[in-house]
Ligand binder design. Structure first.
Ligand SMILES: Cc1ncc(COP(=O)(O)O)c(C=O)c1O
Length: 514
């Protein structure tokens, strides 16, 4: 709210003001701003501003309600009421009103082991009681050393002899990986390498460095003047293949890999690294790469001396039915990034796992990077207890949709029943990371108009039915296209999946009828 206006009327007034200013410019009555070379620059700026406001309006809140309560908390949206959560157990969350929700998206693909696990709280308490914090410039800790060894083992043979850099989450880990790639190149004598190539329609985090390698148009557009831009190459998205293939991208995966090779060549030897999500997370909604694509991409990078960074913030720690998703395709990255499932949400935690070769490359002996809360003992105690829990309970196996009898196989079968709905264009994904894409016309795959906010409508309808899903817009071209991300904790049961699918079906039908 501004000066007592509701957010909606403030938005309307600003839009009117923009339109009037634009009309005056067109009519030549408004001088160009000092410093801008031409009037067309100013016109462009205003158009950008209008578009930015529209983006902020739609991105910041895809499930906005009518009321606009203010709070002392700087919330994600000022236009929406949020239930206040007080308790979690298994796949359920409860709010202050006593309403119970089934968490069908693991919040935002965070929780794999289930909510409210007492063992994790106990491990955190024990650590906090013994030692709450030390600075990594002064101490290491037993919990950091033990956990790093266990994580390297969990990450597999490729990381034997490597090392783990602990952070507080995904974006911090991405920043760390980008800087590590740059410092590695400098230290091995390739001082001219600094560019990090990435893919369109990707998401690597919300800090400025992470945004510069992200392709998520809606989340980055207004910040573009502040970020360093490197090349973004195409991403295989078979439902809407840019090469119009009909074979599930079996061959055109190679075309996409060739795009990367051309971009590396165009970078004139300045490419330091390539970052990618093995399975596309939020931006495209669980798009699985075609066979052969990731292997070729890795080969291309190796041939050109470009480090391979696999961003497994969403896909790592068992979510897709392997410890890390790259294992599905036998790909060996130089740097692996984990967060979200690493602590399953019990504490802010991220990790950058580097191979022995990368660590050995830092011949100066110190990484020029750091955060105060690196390797926070209480977060590490949570992460370590989560790792033990997911191993003891065989939750990676439960998340493997290729495994008969797993909950992931059940989820895959159950979600596919939604394909008979006229607004469901595709159901996709792997393991316990699934996407449901909506279309207004199945034949032509035409998306809904972005203003309709179809995914947000489905989410609101689901919320009424006590079901939590994760809505996203922009899968088609960065602006249009609606999908949901479905990523439940691996402790979900077959009966809970049946119930959730029925609620989701009813919610999609309700949104389609509006
Ligand atoms: C693939 C990927 N990388 C990075 C991030 C950023 O992680 P965080 O939100 O923990 O900073 C996300 C968040 O959704 C993600 O999905």
């Amino acid at each position: 709210m501004r000066l007592g206006l509701s957010s909606a009327s403030w938005q309307a007034q600003r839009a009117k003001k923009d339109r009037n200013q634009f009309k005056r410019l067109i009519a030549g009555r408004c001088p160009a701003r000092p410093g801008s070379k031409t009037r067309s620059h100013t016109i462009l700026a205003i158009l950008t501003l209008q578009r930015a406001r529209w983006i902020i309006h739609t991105v910041s809140d895809s499930t906005a309600g009518q009321n606009s309560p203010r709070s002392a908390v700087f919330r994600r949206s000022f236009r929406k009421t949020f239930p206040s959560a007080v308790r979690g157990e298994g796949v359920y969350l409860w709010d202050t009103e006593g309403k119970r929700y089934l968490d069908f998206s693991g919040s935002a693909a965070v929780n794999l082991i289930g909510h409210g696990t007492p063992e994790i709280a106990a491990a955190m308490t024990e650590q906090a009681t013994q030692l709450e914090f030390v600075h990594t410039s002064q101490f290491t800790t037993p919990v950091a050393e033990d956990y790093a060894r266990e994580l390297l083992e969990f990450a597999g043979e490729n990381f034997r002899g490597g090392a783990v850099y602990f952070t507080c989450g995904g974006s911090e880990s991405v920043e760390t990986a980008l800087k590590l790639a740059r410092q590695y190149q400098v230290e091995i004598g390739q001082t001219w390498r600094y560019q990090v190539l990435s893919r369109t329609q990707s998401y690597h985090g919300s800090t400025l460095g992470a945004l510069s390698v992200s392709g998520n148009k809606r989340r980055r557009e207004i910040y573009l003047p502040m970020v360093r831009e490197f090349a973004h190459v195409g991403i295989p998205y078979c439902y809407r293949c840019a090469y119009d293939c009909t074979d599930g991208c079996r061959n055109c995966g190679q075309e996409y890999a060739a795009e990367l090779e051309r971009a590396i060549e165009a970078a004139n030897g300045e490419a330091a690294a390539f970052i990618f999500e093995p399975v596309s997370g939020a931006t495209l909604g669980a798009v699985v790469p075609p066979p052969g694509y990731l292997q070729t991409v890795t080969e291309v990078c190796r041939r050109h001396g470009v480090l391979v960074i696999a961003d497994e913030v969403m896909t790592g720690m068992g979510r897709t039915g392997r410890n890390f998703a790259v294992e599905h395709w036998d790909v060996a990255p130089d740097i692996l990034i984990a967060a979200k499932g690493l602590s399953s949400g019990y504490a802010p935690l991220g990790a950058v796992i580097a191979t022995k070769e990368v660590v050995d490359g830092i011949v100066s002996g110190s990484f020029l990077h750091g955060f105060t809360y690196n390797a926070h003992p209480v977060s590490l105690a949570a992460g370590r207890a989560v790792l033990h829990r997911l191993q003891q309970r065989r939750l990676v196996q439960a998340s493997d949709s290729g495994r008969e009898g797993s909950v992931a196989a059940k989820l895959e079968r159950s979600l596919s029943t939604l394909l008979d709905l006229k607004t469901v264009g595709e159901v996709r994904g792997i393991g316990l990371l699934r996407g449901v894409e909506f279309v207004s016309d199945k034949q032509s795959k035409k998306p809904f108009a972005p203003d309709l906010n179809f995914a947000g409508r489905v989410t609101s309808a689901a919320l009424k039915r006590s079901l939590l899903v994760y809505p996203i817009q922009g899968c088609v071209d960065g602006v249009s296209g609606d999908h949901l991300l479905i990523a439940p904790p691996a402790v979900i049961t077959a009966e809970q999946i049946d119930w959730a699918i029925q609620q989701l079906r009813d919610s999609i039908e309700e949104a389609g009828a509006q």
